[in-house]
Ligand binder design. Structure first.
Ligand code: ADP
Ligand code: MG
Length: 728
């Protein structure tokens, strides 16, 4: 049987190689391997860049053996071999214990892969893997550009290189193996090379020009396939009507409007009109509401929810944390008063119920809540992930609202959406503004509304970095500022990346979005912990203040009680993990000190800081870090401190995170098929691909004339294959 893109690698490679490749790199088929592109290309003369490496990084370098020295160890039995490798300017030590490596002779060139360690202040590799450049593969290695592949523990870059080579040199002819999925006409119109040529060039380039061209073409494939998938979804959902929920002269919306203790901003009013009009359509609304932290998104959502309840449906609000869910439930109940307590003694008979559903509820409470939801007594349902569970059924779910969308995957949105008898209207909210390309790609099926204006009378936040390595005294000054604010009647947050005490998997950085990978790993001290920091502050700089801790390991009632006490000003200082990141609303809190700020991502810091911008007083956010101010990390913190423009920060965030993170777990890595495409740099290309995708699907025959493309799309989402072919 001739090779195809679908051929399992086990039929092409050795059984063992194929099985570790599948296990460790998730490469199963010929397509997977051909689409496993080099991460970079090694050229001679780049070891100098080793200076940029951090202890703990895993790297592959191309270098020449300079010196080999084997000696007995003084304090232990056995011998060690030190090998110095270099490539011109730079050099590096490799160390082997009790292993002879006869091939490592002076003058030999090779690829060396290992984890960067440090010994007596010099960087070294202990027990690196290596592959010397001799013999059979001379021709490959003599190239100017040597591909370095994303590798794993047991599959090194050169094993991948050799396996790819098998495919490229396949006897059936590589050109026959690779059917070009792009319609010729499209390919020519955009001046793209054939797929086979692009694959050859990306795996075995002779110049940087080759690499550029190949990447451009391969990015096109990624963008087009992604956009086709999204366009198909848009079409599918347009075909399945929902239920119109027009504004009725209902009790609830009017009650909300007259209970609001403030006037809506112009933006809130305008977006409100937009939502009201879309809810009145049968076609389900799919809208993203983005707005700065504190711009008042919740009220906008609540008014939409009220409209749906007045029209006879139910509305569900999904929040990422229990703290936030119960805060929302409490706020909505307060606002609705008796109208939110239908069926209770003092409740209004024409009102509805506001029900809270979280994972930590007692079984009886949960049963009752679920029954209220299933039987339609609860018009408004607020909850955490518990809402998504099987067994949670709605009588008539008309509107799904997702708060802090960046905390959820598309799958979770869909899980909730699937609970409607007919497709419900969907509103997702985010304070992390989304660049246009991301909106087109990840949120390809969402329209966007933006709240640009903060409610007036807000104090804003001033931020600064406290670089403890260089200015240790500034930290004392920071605690003094906290004391001043509290003396003036305000409150403070101190945020740490970790809970503390127990170690083990439970004590991973809580919920951390994760700062970008810039080294880390071995040799770095563990992040500061809530419990330790609280103890230090209690007995030191913040002695005498009412200080409490808040973190994810506390029982839900306890968390709730502490949040409530903080809101009631019974606590001065809350030392917490990122449980306070999203949405927590205590306007009297004006200072936030973020410890180990470099361990948080840009958006996360921006979110955190939003907690002290809620009231009429000026807020203060201090980013404490021992990262040198001149380092990339220090610069990143400085940038966060310098701007409060969410759009600007979203860009910065995108630059410092890998694309996969931005796309979210559900769409990252191989499943999204996005390997080369950069949401930041390829805006133009993505826009073109979107237009082409829409045009392709608008024709009568859809993808029927383009089986290659249909196959690529199917490979992207195997489980959508059947559905896809039906529609195409
Ligand atoms: P976010 O957009 O970050 O979710 P919230 O909806 O939590 O913001 O609103 C932040 C705070 O601003 C809340 O205390 C809310 O009651 C208040 N708020 C909302 N809209 C207005 C307004 N138009 N005028 C004054 N305060 C408002
Ligand atoms: Mg909010």
């Amino acid at each position: 049987m001739p090779l195809t893109m679908e051929t399992p690698l086990s039929r092409v490679l050795g059984a063992k190689t194929a099985s570790v490749m599948a296990e460790q790199l998730n490469l199963q088929t010929v397509r997977d391997l051909l689409r496993h592109y080099p991460r970079r290309y090694a050229t001679r003369g780049e070891i100098a860049r080793l200076d940029d490496l951090q202890v703990g990084d895993r790297v592959t370098v191309l270098a020449q053996v300079r010196r080999v020295n084997t000696r007995q160890m003084r304090n232990r039995r056995g011998f060690m071999t030190e090998v110095t490798v270099g490539d011109g300017a730079g050099s590096m030590q490799l160390v082997f214990f009790n292993r002879k490596h006869g091939q490592l002779r002076e003058g030999a060139w090779g690829l060396f892969a290992g984890t960067v360690g440090e010994y007596k202040r010099a960087k070294q590799f202990a027990h690196p893997d290596f592959h010397l450049i001799t013999g059979d593969d001379d021709e490959d290695w003599a190239r100017a550009l040597i591909p370095i592949y994303p590798a794993s523990k047991d599959v090194s870059s050169w094993v991948i290189q050799r396996s790819v080579k098998l495919l490229l040199d396949s006897s059936g002819g590589f050109g026959d193996l690779v059917q070009d999925p792009l319609p010729d006409e499209l390919r020519e119109r955009h001046g793209l090379p054939w797929l086979a040529a692009a694959l050859l060039d990306i795996h075995r380039p002779t110049s940087w020009g080759d690499v550029e061209q190949a990447r451009h073409r391969l990015k096109w494939d990624e963008a087009l396939v992604l956009q086709l998938t999204l366009a198909a979804r848009r079409r599918a959902s347009a075909l399945e009507p929902g239920i119109a929920r027009p504004r009725a002269a209902g009790a609830l919306l009017d009650a909300v409007d007259s209970a609001l203790p403030f006037d809506l901003t112009e933006g809130q009013r305008a977006v409100g009109e937009e939502l009201a009009a879309e809810l009145a359509q049968e076609q389900p609304m799919h809208r993203l509401l983005q707005g700065e932290v504190g711009s008042g998104k919740t009220v906008v959502a609540l008014r939409a929810m009220a409209q749906v309840v007045d029209a006879g449906g139910q509305a569900a609000l999904l929040a990422p944390t229990e703290v936030l869910a119960s805060q929302h439930a409490r706020g909505i109940r307060e606002l609705l008063g008796p109208l939110g307590r239908a069926g209770e003694l003092d409740g209004a008979p024409d009102g509805t119920r506001v029900v809270l559903l979280t994972g930590s509820q007692k079984a009886a409470a949960r049963r009752e809540a679920r029954a209220d939801v299933a039987e339609g007594r609860a018009g408004i349902v607020v909850g955490t992930h518990a809402l998504l569970q099987e067994g949670v059924e709605f009588a008539d779910l008309g509107l799904v609202v997702i708060d802090e969308q960046h905390r959820f995957g598309v799958e979770q949105r869909d899980a909730l959406r699937a609970k409607g008898n007919r497709p419900p209207h969907v509103l997702v909210m985010t304070a992390t503004p989304i660049p246009r390309t991301v909106a087109m790609t990840v949120y390809g099926d969402l329209e966007i509304s933006t709240l640009r204006q903060l409610p007036s009378g807000r104090g804003g936040v001033a931020s600064s970095v406290v670089p403890t390595a260089e200015k240790p005294a500034w930290l004392d000054r920071a605690w003094a500022r906290v004391r001043e604010e509290i003396a003036a009647g305000r409150q403070a947050y101190v945020v740490c990346p970790r809970i503390g005490e127990e170690t083990g998997p439970d004590d991973e950085p809580e919920d951390a979005d994760g700062a970008p990978e810039d080294g880390g790993g071995a040799g770095r001290r563990p992040p500061l912990a809530v419990l330790d920091v609280a103890e230090l502050l209690r007995s030191g700089p913040l002695a005498g203040l009412r200080l409490e801790v808040l973190h994810g390991r506390l029982p839900a009632e306890e968390k709730e009680a502490r949040m409530r006490a903080f809101a009631a000003r019974e606590i001065d200082v809350l030392v917490a993990t990122t449980v306070v990141e999203v949405g927590v609303d205590v306007p009297n809190a004006t200072v936030m000190v973020v410890m180990d700020a470099d361990r948080f991502g840009v958006s996360q810091l921006h979110q955190l800081r939003g907690r002290v911008a809620r009231g009429k007083h000026q807020g203060l956010c201090l980013l404490v870090s021992d990262a040198p101010t001149a380092s990339a990390t220090g610069q990143r913190l400085a940038a966060v401190a310098a701007t409060s423009d969410g759009f600007e920060l979203a860009r910065l965030d995108l630059e410092t995170r890998r694309e996969g993170d931005v796309l979210g777990a559900a769409q990252s890595g191989s499943r999204s098929g996005v390997r080369l495409l950069s949401l930041l740099e390829d805006e133009e290309l993505i826009a073109q691909a979107r237009a082409e995708a829409t045009a392709l699907l608008e024709t009568q025959r859809g993808l029927a004339d383009h089986p290659g493309l249909a196959a690529e799309v199917a490979a992207l989402a195997t489980d959508e294959r059947a559905e896809w072919l039906e529609k195409a």
